[in-house]
Design a protein around this ligand. Structure first.
Ligand code: SF4
Length: 394
């Protein structure tokens, strides 16, 4: 493929190649009440919050954009979203609805989501989630002895009990939620304990993230020698536990995704982190970026940073013509093409996460990362091996 394929010089050619916005990640506050040791966010101790004016600029620009051509999800994240007052969210949501009535002429749906550590959930927040149909994601790393090793307050106190209190409130209010669990080296010896924790607490939808090297988190416990084999054993055990526990069952996001690809014989040639503007990340000041959400708040010697513009002054279309965007897009696209040509997992992965490539390999124009070896390749192999074994038995 020639280089001109990657390089786009007009909004038209960009918009032809982009289906639409899918996910808008908004940092309502940079602050987090916890201080997890694997967090990549540099400003999580700073109490910066988004203003009504910025929300107005964001949603006016989204609704008026030619990239807004489908239903979208908004996720309040990257800082603890519940550290902000509920009154402020009421104002934001009212304003978003008013702007939607005015500019969202196609009446596309705006789904509200929030990713929280759950420690600040109260009955009032539960009422709010129900009233505004907010989907909730909770970060919890399994049983207390694993969770509390990494997910601590600034005073060094484990947050497990407070997170469980929040989860119980969601359950008492029958608010469905999904869980994200970060796997570290510590977790890999305990698949049974983690699985049992989810069963005991009636948690049925789980996604695994791996401890990544990203932003200010420059080293991961998963870099240790022998981790890939340990990780594969962990996944194999998880598969066996899933097979043995049908009712109640625990659905794992990673198995679901690859299982659906296999079942529908579907393969991809890109993913939402390598396609511009499918994910848009916006910080408290209205600065925005695209591709991997983790790029937004990161400095970079080569690019300065990954901020493409500010929604007070710029539009999504206007930044497509900037040198910065085009350099970034070209570098990411070259990395995707390198993956396509060299990796047998490409059809399941679509070229990985640009942020992992940049922070692990030092360049977007690269292929394999620790993250993809564990989070993509090991999952695909676990599923294929076990499905083949199942087919042989039948
Ligand atoms: S699994 Fe890794 S090397 Fe393979 S396509 Fe994905 S990111 Fe590229």
């Amino acid at each position: 493929m020639s280089q001109t394929t990657y390089s786009y010089s007009s909004v038209d050619s960009i918009s032809k190649s982009i289906p639409s916005f899918k996910l808008i990640v908004i940092q309502a506050t940079s602050f987090c009440n916890l201080d997890c040791d694997y967090c990549y966010l540099p400003d999580r101790a700073i109490k910066e919050k988004i203003s009504v004016d910025i929300i107005e600029a964001i949603f006016t620009k989204i609704f008026k954009s030619s990239f807004f051509r489908n239903n979208i999800s908004v996720c309040w994240h990257a800082g603890e979203p519940l550290a902000l007052s509920q009154k402020l969210y009421e104002t934001f949501f009212l304003l978003i609805n008013q702007l939607s009535e005015k500019y969202n002429v196609q009446d596309y749906k705006i789904r509200q989501n929030l990713q929280t550590n759950a420690t600040l959930i109260t009955q009032k927040w539960c009422d709010f989630f129900i009233r505004h149909k907010v989907s909730v994601g909770v970060s919890v790393d399994g049983p207390a002895f694993l969770h509390d090793r990494h997910r601590k307050t600034r005073k060094g106190i484990g947050s497990h009990a407070a997170t469980l209190r929040g989860i119980r409130l969601l359950q008492q209010n029958q608010i469905p939620f999904r869980v994200i669990t970060v796997l570290t080296q510590d977790s890999l010896d305990y698949p049974d304990e983690i699985f049992q924790f989810f069963l005991d607490h009636k948690i049925s939808h789980v996604g695994f993230n791996v401890e990544e090297i990203e932003g200010i988190h420059r080293a991961s416990s998963l870099q240790q020698e022998g981790t890939t084999e340990r990780f594969r054993k962990f996944l194999q055990r998880w598969w066996e536990l899933t097979k043995a526990n049908i009712d109640p069952s625990i659905s794992l996001r990673e198995f679901e995704k690859i299982g659906s690809f296999i079942y529908h014989n579907k393969r991809i040639h890109r993913n939402d982190q390598t396609t511009p503007f499918e994910i848009v990340s916006i910080d408290t000041k209205g600065n925005f970026s695209t591709f991997s959400p983790e790029l937004l708040s990161m400095p970079s010697p080569e690019y300065g940073d990954f901020i493409l513009g500010n929604l007070k002054y710029d539009t999504f279309e206007s930044v497509c013509n900037t040198e910065k965007f085009q350099r970034l897009y070209e570098a990411i696209s070259i990395g995707v093409e390198q993956c396509r040509q060299s990796c047998q997992y490409f059809g399941f992965c679509g070229g990985g996460a640009p942020s992992n490539k940049y922070y692990e390999n030092g360049a977007f124009q690269s292929t394999e990362t620790m993250n993809c070896c564990l989070h993509q390749q090991a999952v695909v192999d676990t599923m294929l091996t076990n499905l083949e074994a199942l087919l042989k038995v039948q």
